[in-house]
Design a protein around this ligand. Structure first.
Ligand code: ADP
Length: 193
């Protein structure tokens, strides 16, 4: 199995690149943001609880997202790999993910970290807010809060995987195709096509 974490701050292009990567490599795409938005759309209890955090730009509690990922892994027993997008976002989530994968005889293969300047991130998110239905992209204070959460809680997740020499940095500015090529090269260096 090839298990990839696509890592990076809000607005770094994880969603866009994930779509291209799963099409190319045939992995299962697990985006906690998408899973949470589905729960909200279906008006579930979990969705209702998560929405309060998301609308403020705060992280949803660890146990909620860990539970969602555990179910998604169980639901796809024959997957040839998973692409984790927007997860793990805290060290506790990373440790839980490692344990879940270990229990399935697997592990994280690679973490690709997209690097984009803060100025560019805010511009991209505000721009996305003009057309998207996501309330968290429409308000600059919420965007700044999400970036702060990333700096304070998520950035350190890369250190967790760097200890195991699993992290590669990729420039997240440039054209979508250029960035995709850089990601692809890193993946193929670890898994010959
Ligand atoms: P972005 O990366 O642009 O912020 P996401 O769709 O990944 O967008 O996440 C949107 C929101 O969903 C986050 O601000 C957070 O509230 C919640 N969320 C998503 N993934 C997680 C996670 N792994 N842990 C906690 N909260 C999460």
């Amino acid at each position: 199995m090839f298990n990839l974490i696509l890592f990076g701050p809000p607005g770094s292009g994880k969603g866009t690149q994930s779509e291209k990567l799963i099409e190319k490599f045939g992995w299962i795409h697990l985006s906690t943001g998408d899973l949470l938005r589905k729960e909200i759309a279906n008006e579930t209890q979990l969705g209702l609880e998560a929405k309060a955090f998301m609308d403020k730009g705060q992280l949803v509690p660890d146990e909620v997202v860990i539970g969602m990922i555990g179910s998604a892994l169980d639901a796809n027993p024959t997957a040839k790999g998973f692409l984790f997008d927007g997860f793990p976002r805290t060290t506790a989530q990373a440790e839980a993910l490692d344990a879940l994968l270990t229990s399935k005889g697997s592990e994280i293969t690679l973490v690709l970290a997209l690097e984009v300047s803060e100025e560019e991130l805010v511009a991209r998110l505000l721009n996305r807010g003009k057309t998207s239905s996501r309330p968290d992209d429409r308000n600059e204070d919420v965007i700044r809060k999400r970036l702060l959460e990333y700096d304070q809680k998520t950035a350190i997740v890369a250190h967790h995987y760097a200890k195991f020499d699993k992290v590669a940095k990729v420039k997240g500015e440039g054209s979508i195709d250029e960035i995709f090529q850089s990601l692809r090269e890193q993946i193929e260096a670890r898994q010959p096509a």
